[in-house]
Ligand binder design. Structure first.
Ligand SMILES: *Cc1c(COP(=O)(O)O)cnc(C)c1O
Length: 486
């Protein structure tokens, strides 16, 4: 006998979707609107949510309302509110309301971009949105764009292409490339994902040479050249230089033109990681910091950081798409399709086969804010950061730990007479106290071995009054009164 209490198979009925969907949109609108009243980060201990959850999944389906109730009751109190105006940790990745709307459409369509025929709109919109963005960033017109899920993924693809290019160059010269001798080069301040590429390729982290930086945390070209020469002499096979515009700890900018010249001289792939700072290339007054990027073989930025797209959109551009295709292109019979040059198959340029319709959220966000709207928001974040840096600079008991070329401020509290070790403890305590307040959420780094507090501005909801309040809180917590002439 069939069990009558089990509903017939099929998706959620449309009436239920309409009812719950409206409730959900209200929830999202209230969330963005009232987020400021919530503590930025939860005060919970590891495992707390797991312990609050049933140990077994439901045997019978449950009404969506009940799931939403539990979402409010159990999940939200364990969430860090990344789009909260007080979220200033890591690099802001707060997304946006238009991004959230686009994300629901992406889930509803649920297109899987295996090849052009599987979703023409997915493939073509990715090209269109990346083309607009490249244009706004003043990147070379003929670059090929593709969306990856993260900068880490994209950089891994860049190093695979660099390896392919090296193997081909050696083959053309009648040499054999020994894959266990490959090396790449990035600064000490480069993101860990660059080292990880070599880990993933089986070469170990040390095969990514960490090049020394100057006082402003920028890669030293002479040190790069020396490291490449030393490796060549030792019979190793350098394949790529990875430069960063906007490093993770301090947002420093490597001297790209000099690095490009060295890479070209040694025949190495140049990859530029501008995951956080990339959007600033839209601003005429910041273009200088991107000089030389046009010489790169590959370039990336994360619209899911400072361009208000929800995770996950990494915009990856390359001057040499054919190298990726030769490295990763495969067409099994079940994916064979018409040979139209406009019917691009993005899987031939990347490791995953299936791809999400991420171009849709990029397109939605670019259209909703527009080029000038985005520029105005970036400029405001930079202005807020410069203002904070200025205040820090004026206080003898505080120290700016790095220049502020974009919207990241690195500083520490350094009361008169305190040695470095005492300062480390004081600043660690200060950061914990700020985060415990629930008003702000900051993160830290170590610069020249010293504990450093980072304030990363990049959320759409962060305004002057928040930065004013943050500074007031810092002074309260260090028990300093602002004097009248500040
Ligand atoms: C954030 C960041 C990354 C890593 O980004 P994911 O998309 O999380 O992989 C890489 N490089 C730099 C410079 C970054 O700031």
């Amino acid at each position: 006998m069939p069990d009558r209490s089990i509903p017939p198979p099929g998706d959620m009925p449309p009436e239920e979707l309409r009812r719950v969907g409206r409730e959900l949109i209200d929830w999202i609108a209230d969330y963005f609107d009232g987020q400021e009243r919530l503590p930025v980060a939860p005060r919970c201990s590891p495992g707390e949510l797991i312990d609050a959850m049933p140990q077994q999944g439901p045997v019978r389906g449950e009404p969506a309302e009940r799931i939403l109730d539990d979402f409010d009751r159990l999940i939200v109190p364990h969430v860090v509110h990344w789009s909260h105006p007080g979220f200033l940790a890591y690099f802001a990745a707060g997304g946006s309301a238009p991004g959230a709307l686009a994300e629901s459409l992406i889930a509803a369509l649920n297109n899987v971009g295996l090849l052009w025929k599987a979703s023409p709109a997915l493939v073509e919109l990715e090209e269109v949105a990346l083309g607009w963005l490249a244009d706004w960033l003043a990147l070379p017109r003929d670059w090929f764009g593709i969306i990856h899920s993260t900068a880490s993924d994209a950089s891994f693809h860049a190093v695979i292409a660099a390896r392919q290019a090296a193997v081909e160059a050696d083959r053309d010269a009648g040499l054999e490339t020994s894959l266990d001798r490959l090396t790449i080069y990035a600064s000490e301040q480069a993101h860990m994902s660059i080292e990880k590429t070599m880990l993933a390729l089986g070469r170990g982290r040390e095969a990514c040479r960490k090049i020394e930086v100057n006082d402003a945390f920028q890669m030293k070209p002479t040190a790069l050249d020396a490291a490449i020469r030393a490796d060549l002499e030792a019979g190793l096979r350098p394949i790529a230089v990875v430069a960063t515009v906007g490093t993770t700890s301090t947002s420093s900018v490597d001297p790209i033109p000099a690095l490009a010249e060295i890479a070209a001289r040694h025949g190495l792939w140049l990859h530029v990681d501008a995951a956080y700072a990339g959007p600033a290339a839209m601003l005429e007054e910041k273009r200088d910091l991107f000089a030389g990027c046009e010489l790169a073989d590959s370039f990336l930025l994360n619209p899911h950081k400072w361009l208000f797209c929800p995770m996950d959109v990494t915009a990856f551009y390359t001057a040499k798409p054919d190298v990726f295709r030769r490295a990763l292109g495969m067409t099994p019979e079940y994916l064979r399709s018409q040979e139209d040059p406009r019917a691009k198959s993005l899987a031939e340029y990347s490791i995953p086969l299936g791809r999400r319709f991420r171009g849709l959220k990029l397109w939605f966000v670019l259209r909703y804010f527009g080029r000038d709207g985005l520029k105005a928001r970036l400029r405001e974040h930079i202005r807020l950061a410069q203002g904070l840096a200025q205040r820090i600079k004026q206080r003898p008991d505080f120290e700016l730990m790095a220049p502020t070329p974009f919207s990241l401020v690195c500083f520490r509290y350094r009361p008169a007479g305190a040695d470095d070790k005492t300062c480390d403890g004081l600043n660690e305590g200060l950061l914990q106290a700020i985060n415990r307040s629930g008003e702000f959420y900051l993160s830290h780094t170590k610069l020249r071995g010293r504990y450093t507090i980072r304030v990363a501005i990049g959320n759409l909801r962060t305004a002057q009054r928040h930065i004013d309040r943050l500074w007031e809180l810092v002074l309260e917590l260090t028990e300093i009164k602002e004097t009248a002439n500040d």
